[in-house]
Design a protein around this ligand. Sequence first.
Ligand code: GLA
Length: 734
Amino acid sequence: MCIIFHEDTKQFHLSNDWISYIINVLPNGEIGQLYFGKKVHDKDDFSYLRESGMRPTVSCHTNGIDDFSLELTRQEYPAFGTTDLRNEAFEIHYSDGSSVSHFVYTGHDIYSGKKAIAGLPSTYAENESDAQSLELYLKDELKGVKITLFYTIWKDLPIITRRVSVSNCSKNEISLEKVMSISLDMPDADYEWMQFSGSWGRERFPIVRKLECGVTSIESRRGHSSAVQNPFVIVKRPDTNENQGAAMGLALCYSGNFRALAEVDTYGTLRFLMGINPEGFSWPLGSGETFDSPEAILSWTDGGLNSLSQSFHDLYREHLIRGKGKTEPRPILLNNWEATMMDFDEESILKIAAKGKEAGIELFVLDDGWFGARNDDYRGLGDWYANTEKLPEGMGGLSRKINEMGLDFGFWIEPEMVNEDSDLYRAHPDWVLGVPGRDKSLGRHQMVLDFSRKEVVDNIFEQLDKVFGSANVSYIKWDMNRSISECFSMGTDAKHQGAVYHRYILGVYSLYERLVNKYPNILFESCASGGGRFDAGLLYYAPQAWCSDDTDAMERVKIQYGTSYGYPISSIGAHVSAVPNQQTGRNCDIETRANVAYFGTFGYELDLNHLSDEEFEAVKEQIKFMKENRSLIHYGDFYRLQSPFENNISGWMVVSKDRKEAIMACYQMLADVCGGFKRIKLAGLDPDKEYECNGKTYYGDELMNIGMVVTKELTLGVCGGVDHTSAIFKLVTK
Ligand code: GLA
């Protein structure tokens, strides 16, 4: 891994064993993009890659450079209002009303390691040798504003992270109308765009479309990254599949409104932009102030989509997730939500927990309904003290009793929300987002607290601190159950309203940071009505995320399959729930439900007392299996084998980093009658090693080229009686 600066040609070459990223100082002093892709040898001069033929209708840059138009130039951080008339990376409004910028290179710094971003989540280099960074300093002399472009290249991963800061060194206030975290221009556009879209209960379904001349874009305007669009996209060559071909992945380490955009111009050049959604964003930057963008993460592969995903998985597991979630095995948990909803008391909870302990569960999680007057979803949010009618000795008493059973204890919170019927709202009606004099909109009967205000975040911190401190807590599920609408803060003036969406998410991060620092033994799991805020930003604080409220096993195969493109298996909250399933009404045996949930953080979301003896014995075996295999599943390389979106039979597998062990799972969406014979081709094994599986021995190359025969395992008897089938295969080298 190294970053080389060629003084004579003013070119920078960032490279490691897999990738090269080459940029230069352009004739007008701005920064140009020359190459991003597979590693190439370094040399002094790559300037031939800046092709500069003219076209009749383009405008040229002045200052004596007459064959130079930004419209025809691949750039690193293109400005609004220049001769480049494509989508720009940033737009600044100056005090004289103008919005034309010209930022030129003034210097740079290259150093080992990586700097953190104050107040924002970001990937980190624990050791300086893990990464190298470049800062490029740019200045608009006329306006006295500086921009720094930050780049980090990782030693062991084909990944570059980028971000931007803008500093106002002038006397006048300026307004940032758009500050994208990354802009990347590529010389051709023969790509397909892949996005991960959905809704509540149907999160992160892949959608693929060909890029054509014009703009392809996804975004969130909901105040959270959302289940509708995810801040992760892939751009791949049309012939790229899971196991071969070139692709780029782009993620934003951010949990608020975002935009990802690809523009193909009329000359077939591709521009990629990602950052905070400029819609609804306007940030006044006073004299002497600096604004930091969130971090963007860029990866490249020529080894197919599995390898692209594995790079993101490795980066997040090694350089994003922190604390206990990084160093300790993820606990197998039992959550009472689908078992009781809010209708419980201490006795019923202890009964559920005790049965969990008998089955081998490690952590009991008390979900919604334990606080304030929270007996239904019309009241209680905002009042973070235990309801002593349900829990006579409070959280302290309950956690003690759970601990005495030999279980760890955790519970649910939704700190960003408030119900009208709550002590908090009665005391502070102006602490919600909304426009005075207009109707307040409710979502799930609740309002959004104004986390852009420090006093609001402080109040919630103090309440949570008290309840966390009153009990022995080792896990917290942090929920967020409605999008932001009518985004207006009663705590600031007219000029600063455009900053509220971003300040809100900074408030969320600050609360997380305070709690994570004060309670390092707590494992946080994020949630937003299921997977409505599943993004890299939150993984920095909460190493796992409840993937979806849809716990139907077959729907979960799709949701977890889609999620795996951008996120590691260790981050995917997945539980076995009761049947008929609460969301779909479908039936599915307990074995198949577990076979899906194994490929996540694993737990149960039901009352184990209601299972038959046979099912309960199966649960004990499942927990034993997961305890034995969780480090392989969570930290191995994950491969998608066959897509549930295109096939009745789907499959995936994990392979240990040393390729000595693997687990493959396959799922049949709908049981068939007199179906064909079934095989699944495996991936990632050592072709020359022999693997044992169910008493038989296979070479790795056999399993990867011929496939594993799965007909018997996925076929029911003539009258099967269940809708779906599945099977798990553990492979171990001889
Ligand atoms: C959301 C979550 C669920 C559960 C409920 C509780 O819907 O996604 O898992 O915690 O809230 O109200």
